[in-house]
Ligand binder design. Structure first.
Ligand code: CU
Length: 156
């Protein structure tokens, strides 16, 4: 029967195609950029998915600090997290999760009117809890491992 017409390159296609195709491409690209913009604006203005890391709300009344396994031999490790913030009247609980290596939580500086604290030797799985009734910054160390040092910031 009839032979199929040869495929024409786009620039030899009818004028209407030559005009519409670029317009469609521009519109498609524009829509993508627009959608991306909406996504970014939702990220910036939407609910803060990182709120636990960048919270500027009231400080928690209860905070946990762990001593990871290996902290007693790896000087790159420390109390985790090394610095915590707690509300005045709140408590911080330390747990030694360092298998077979004891540690301490021993204050080295406390705010005026604040109480010093010392856990004494904490064996594996031992916990130590301090309630902070005076606001300010408390710095503490492990008596056994000089690379271990942390702080508790108590907000008023
Ligand atoms: Cu230690």
């Amino acid at each position: 029967m009839g032979s199929t017409p040869p495929k024409l390159p786009w620039y030899k296609k009818p004028l209407i195609v030559q005009i519409i195709a670029p317009v469609l491409i521009v519109l498609a690209v524009g829509a993508c950029v627009g959608l991306a913009g909406v996504g970014v604006s939702q990220l910036l203005g939407g609910p803060n998915v990182f709120s636990t890391m960048t919270s500027n709300g009231p400080a928690p009344s209860s905070v946990s600090v762990t001593i990871l396994n290996g902290t007693g031999i790896q000087q790159s490790l420390n109390y985790q997290p090394a610095s915590v913030t707690v509300a005045k009247g709140g408590t911080v609980t330390w747990t030694n999760n360092d298998y077979q290596i004891p540690h301490t939580v021993t204050s080295v500086s406390v705010p005026s009117g604040g109480s010093s604290f010392d856990s004494g030797q904490m064996n594996y799985t031992a916990t130590f809890k301090v309630t902070f009734s005076v606001d300010g910054t408390y710095n503490y160390v492990c008596s056994y491992h000089p690379w271990m040092h942390g702080s508790v910031i108590v907000t008023g």
